[in-house]
Design a protein around this ligand. Structure first.
Ligand SMILES: Cc1cc2nc3c(=O)[nH]c(=O)nc-3n(C[C@H](O)[C@H](O)[C@H](O)COP(=O)(O)OP(=O)(O)OC[C@H]3O[C@@H](n4cnc5c(N)ncnc54)[C@H](O)[C@@H]3O)c2cc1C
Length: 392
């Protein structure tokens, strides 16, 4: 069954989504099915995003979903961003993460924490033309993010950054970078400060691009800073407030990763459901075997639970209610479900699931990152456990 034949049925409606959110997501899915799907396998093989697609994300206003209209964005809500990420990930998880990082990490951090001047200067660029990256992790600091070693020293009206970052999503395409550095190591994590850095500034260098298992078309780069001078006005939030910006932005970002994972799960379920109706063994389509039907039913049930967790967390965030636990649950559950659905789906295709001509092995590879970035599964469990113990 060629990949091009797999135009998926509409997603069953979810009670928590409004008509307009659902409509935007369906339009984005149609665009992705027509425009991204034909390129997806080749981009994966080439380890490279088609730059024309990134341009289209801007043209379709997908890179500034929550940025107010007067600053060039779409002026929509967080749940719309989440629904768009899910829709894109149903077709290509690497494209989904480009849009995810831009909206849920970079734009959100600036919207919430940047000065009015910074917002006016950079948000229109992020909405219309420039890709952004979120730069927290380093070679020596991943889960223990606040052990970061990049330093920032004040020199007149500038800050001078030294150090480097690792694993930076969108690094290749990005022109704007939200960089976390420690401005006062004597204060520990309370010295961490966020800076908005432009590509091309002296002392800023893009480094090695990773060759990854999955989401291969999404670029992941190392960055280095050598006496990188950043104007004082490009501090995002207050000096020493970076740890808060990092934690709170990632709490939101995790819901986006949950959305990416449910998009992948949906793709695995849709493809499996179509495949089993066509594949004949023992004289009938394998869809007629109850074991196969039950497998699909379990995938559907797990996916529904994960979707509800993701959209519930999104709605809590939008309502200004606490959502750290719910965001952690959403990401943890959705990434487990993505691994489950893609693994089951792969087996439902038998040998065809295991080869690159069919999409299932890519979906399985793409799913794996959900348990690693924006906090590993153990880190999500830590967040959930902390909440449980606080209650108890
Ligand atoms: C493709 C990709 C894209 C990424 N994009 C970005 C990006 O755009 N920006 C960015 O800043 N970072 C990014 N990251 C980094 C990512 O967030 C980290 O890889 C992740 O947080 C894990 O850190 P680590 O790799 O250093 O693993 P480690 O922290 O070394 O963890 C190794 C293992 O130890 C476990 N562990 C660690 N501490 C504990 C503990 N206290 N209790 C129990 N278990 C523990 C972890 O769960 C894990 O299983 C990206 C990573 C990848 C692979």
């Amino acid at each position: 069954m060629p990949v091009a034949e797999t135009v998926a049925p509409p997603v069953p409606p979810l009670s928590v989504l409004t008509e307009s959110e659902r409509e935007i997501a369906e339009n984005v899915y149609q665009f992705a099915a027509e425009t991204i799907a034909p390129k997806s396998m080749e981009m994966d093989r080439a380890n490279q995003m088609d730059p024309a697609l990134v341009r289209q994300f801007f043209d379709l206003d997908l890179m500034g979903i929550e940025i107010p209209e007067e600053l060039g964005g779409l002026g929509m809500n967080f749940t719309t961003s989440i629904a768009v990420i899910e829709a894109l990930a149903r077709v290509d998880a690497a494209c989904a993460v480009v849009v995810d990082v831009q909206n849920t990490l970079v734009n959100n951090a600036l919207l919430r924490w940047a000065s009015p001047e910074l917002r006016r200067k950079y948000l229109p660029q992020l909405a219309k033309q420039k890709v952004g990256s979120y730069c927290l992790s380093e070679a020596g600091s991943g889960s223990d993010a606040f052990a970061l070693a990049t330093t920032a020293a004040k020199k007149g009206d500038r800050w001078v950054l030294n150090g480097g970052k690792l694993w930076i999503t969108n690094g290749l395409e990005a022109e704007l970078f939200l960089v976390f550095a420690n401005a006062d190591r004597s204060k520990g994590y309370k010295g961490i400060t966020a800076f908005l850095v432009e590509n091309g500034w002296k002392g800023f260098e893009k480094g090695k691009k990773e060759d990854k298992l999955g989401i291969r078309a999404s670029s992941t780069l190392a960055l280095s800073f050598e006496d990188l001078e950043v104007p004082e006005e490009n501090v995002v939030g207050k000096v020493g407030e970076g740890y808060k910006i990092a934690i709170e932005t990632l709490n939101e970002g995790r819901i986006g990763i949950g959305a990416q994972m449910i998009g992948i799960s949906r793709a695995a379920l849709d493809y499996s459901a179509q495949y089993v109706k066509q594949r004949v063994q023992f004289g009938k389509p394998i869809a007629e075997f109850q074991a196969i039907q039950h497998d699909l039913a379990r995938m559907d049930m797990e996916l529904e639970c994960a979707r509800l967790a993701v959209y519930n967390a999104a709605r809590l965030k939008e309502a200004g209610m606490p959502f750290a636990r719910e965001g952690a649950i959403a990401k943890l559950k959705a990434s487990e479900v993505a691994e489950y659905c893609t693994s089951r789906g792969l087996e439902l295709l038998g040998g065809y699931g295991y080869v690159k001509e069919y999409p299932m092995e890519k979906l399985l590879r793409d799913a794996k990152i959900g348990k690693i970035y924006e906090g590993t599964s153990f880190m999500q469990l830590n967040t959930i456990a902390k909440d449980v113990l606080k209650r108890g």
